[in-house]
Ligand binder design. Structure first.
Ligand code: 15L
Length: 270
C-alpha cells in the first residue's frame, strides 16, 4: 500500500490519524470539505465536497487505498445527512471503482446498531438497527460497501466505530471506547490484510463491558491494547453527576436513541 487517501481530514478522528498514520504509508493524501487549520507543510491536502462527483473523482485518482472518514459525523437534518453521508458515500465508492482503487476502509458507526438493548451482546451478523438518520447513513455505507465488494471486487472493511478518545469519558463509553492507536490497528488490517473481502469490525478497544462480539476482527489479528476498565472510576463518576434518561440508558446508542424518541421502551424487542 503506497498511496492512501483519507477523507474527513479536518474532523476529530482525521486530526488524530494525521499524527498516527504519518510514516506508515509513503504517500497520504488528506481531503475534507474544509482545510484543517493546523495543516503541516509536509502534508498533502486536497479540498473536496463529497457530494460533488467531479471533485471526488479528482481526490481518488492514483490511490490504492482509501480511509473514508468524511461526511457528517453526528445526527443532523435529513438534507445534511443526505448530501454528506448518502450521496457523498456513494460518490466515493463509485469514483473509487472507476479509478480502480483496491481497498476502502469505511468509518461506520455504532449508531448503525444503536437500537439494540445494552443487555444484549451482538455480533456483526445481526441486522442493522440504526438509531438516527446518521445511523441510517452508516448502515447505507456498509450496504454500498458490500455491493462494491461483491459486484466489483473492491476489498471493503467497515469499522463500526464506538467512541474514539484517549480514555472512556462516561459509563456508556466504557462499553464502546476505542483508543486511537487501536483504531489505527483496525484501519491497517483493512488496508493491508491479504484476506479482506467484505468485512465488518466493531471499533472497540478491550472493553470488559462490551456489548459486541468482535471475533471477526480478532480472526484478522486485531489485538486491542487499550483497556477500558483501567479508567472505570473516572468514567462512572461522570454519570453519577449527569444521569441519563431511561431510554438512553436502555439502548446501546444512548442519547442518539432517546432524541426524538416516541417508541415506548417497554415494548422494545430485546
Ligand atoms: C459517533 O458515531 C459519533 O461520530 C461520535 O461523535 C460519538 O457520538 C460516538 O458515535 C458515540 O456514540 O459516542
Amino acid at each position: 500500500m503506497q498511496t492512501v487517501l483519507v477523507t474527513g481530514a479536518a474532523g476529530g478522528i482525521g486530526g488524530r490519524l494525521r499524527r498516527l498514520l504519518k510514516g506508515i504509508y509513503p504517500t497520504i493524501r488528506w481531503s475534507d470539505i474544509k482545510t484543517p487549520p493546523d495543516l503541516a507543510a509536509d502534508e498533502t491536502f486536497v479540498q473536496a465536497d463529497l457530494a460533488n462527483m467531479g471533485e471526488v473523482e479528482k481526490i481518488v485518482r492514483g490511490v490504492e487505498g482509501i480511509v473514508h472518514l468524511g461526511g457528517f459525523s453526528v445526527e443532523g437534518p435529513w438534507q445534511t445527512i443526505l448530501n454528506a453521508n448518502i450521496i457523498g458515500c456513494y460518490n466515493l465508492f463509485e469514483a473509487a471503482r472507476r479509478a480502480k482503487v483496491e481497498r476502502i476502509v469505511f468509518a461506520s458507526s455504532n449508531h448503525a446498531v444503536g437500537f439494540y438493548p445494552r443487555q444484549r451482546k451482538i455480533g456483526t451478523d445481526e441486522p442493522v438497527r440504526p438509531d438516527s438518520r446518521y445511523g441510517v447513513s452508516k448502515a447505507f455505507g456498509e450496504a454500498v460497501g458490500a455491493m462494491y465488494a461483491y459486484k466489483y471486487g473492491l476489498k471493503v472493511t467497515s469499522i463500526r466505530i464506538g467512541n474514539v478518545d484517549d480514555v472512556p469519558v462516561d459509563k456508556r463509553r466504557l462499553s464502546i471506547w476505542i483508543r486511537p492507536d487501536d483504531l489505527v490497528q483496525l484501519i491497517r488490517i483493512g488496508l493491508e490484510h491479504p484476506d479482506i473481502r467484505c468485512e465488518i469490525f466493531f471499533g472497540a478497544s478491550d472493553c470488559a463491558r462490551a456489548w459486541w462480539d468482535n471475533n471477526d476482527a480478532f480472526r484478522f489479528g486485531y489485538r486491542p491494547k487499550g483497556m477500558a476498565e483501567n479508567h472505570v472510576e473516572q468514567a462512572l463518576a461522570v454519570d453519577a453527576k449527569n444521569p441519563l434518561d431511561p431510554v438512553a440508558e436502555w439502548y446501546q446508542g444512548g442519547t442518539y436513541c432517546s432524541d426524538e424518541f416516541d417508541g415506548g421502551v417497554e415494548r422494545s424487542p430485546t
